[in-house]
Ligand binder design. Structure first.
Ligand code: ADP
Ligand code: MG
Length: 242
């Protein structure tokens, strides 16, 4: 299927519970860093799809192109070659203001929690709602608290990151990534800094969000302790997905 500039793709609408909305379609993605003689091709025709309600793991060795692909899908990096449709938008051809709208439909979870130390857990979560004009201060407050309850930290909302364990900080970061009910969760090695038990708790929580909210998750990891939580496991090696 070819689509024109920022067209909504039929069948990729977001209503949770809809059968199989295709939320990510990447086809033959090619990406280089650098140019000319120094150009390094890191993605060499990578293809994948993820549908609503799916928890998909992308596994592969360090340097295989996982983070590069994730930042392309998350509209954090401009594509070079191939086809890439995310949440109904063609990222290869759409204008910058549409990229912003796509980013608002995505929740990013990174290996490092990146919480702001001078804000409480609650304020950190609220902050990610500030890019939307839709919510009043009291709505933001309520939504953040609700999401912290959801990740089992309702009683820690008033604490600062330094007062939380590593696992609790990662759960706050996940609450911050998901508080705006994204259609797509993109997680880059979310359990890498966690011990085994906490890593599994965090993964279970992500999986629960996918199943409850009908969103889609693409989780990059080489943590084989969490493979059993995936609906599908894709392998990437040297810029190609198998
Ligand atoms: P992974 O996440 O699987 O470890 P990356 O996508 O981070 O892989 O990196 C793939 C390759 O691209 C690696 O060889 C890495 O050194 C290189 N690379 C990553 N980011 C940059 C960058 N900003 N500039 C140049 N090379 C990069
Ligand atoms: Mg990486």
């Amino acid at each position: 299927m070819t689509i024109s500039d920022h067209t909504q793709i039929s069948g990729s609408q977001d209503t949770p519970g809809n059968p199989a909305a295709r939320l990510i379609r990447a086809e033959n993605i090619i990406y280089h860093y650098g140019s000319g003689e120094l150009a390094q091709q890191v993605l060499k025709g990578a293809s994948l799809t993820v549908e609503s309600g799916e928890f998909v793991i992308l596994a592969g060795p360090s340097g295989s192109g996982k983070s590069t692909l994730l930042t392309l899908i998350g509209a954090l990096r401009k594509g070079q070659e191939g086809q890439l449709e995310v949440a109904g938008t063609n990222l290869m051809t759409c204008r910058e203001n549409y990229l912003r709208l796509v980013r608002q439909k995505i929740g990013f979870v990174f290996q490092q929690h990146n919480l702001l130390g001078f804000l409480t857990a609650q304020q950190n979560v609220e902050m990610s709602l500030e890019m939307f004009d839709d919510y009043s201060a009291s709505e933001r407050h309520h939504m953040a608290l609700n999401m912290l309850h959801h990740v089992g930290l309702g009683d820690k909302a008033h604490l600062y990151p330094a007062q939380l364990s590593v696992g609790q900080k990662q759960r706050v970061a996940i609450a911050r990534s998901l508080v705006h009910n994204p259609q797509i969760i993109l997680a880059d090695e979310p359990t890498a800094s966690l011990d085994s038990k906490t890593g599994i708790q965090v993964t279970e929580m992500l999986q629960k969000m996918v199943k409850e909210q009908g969103c889609a998750a693409l989780v990059v990891t080489h943590d084989n302790r969490i493979f059993s939580y995936a609906d599908r496991i894709l392998h990437i090696e040297d810029g190609r997905i198998f």
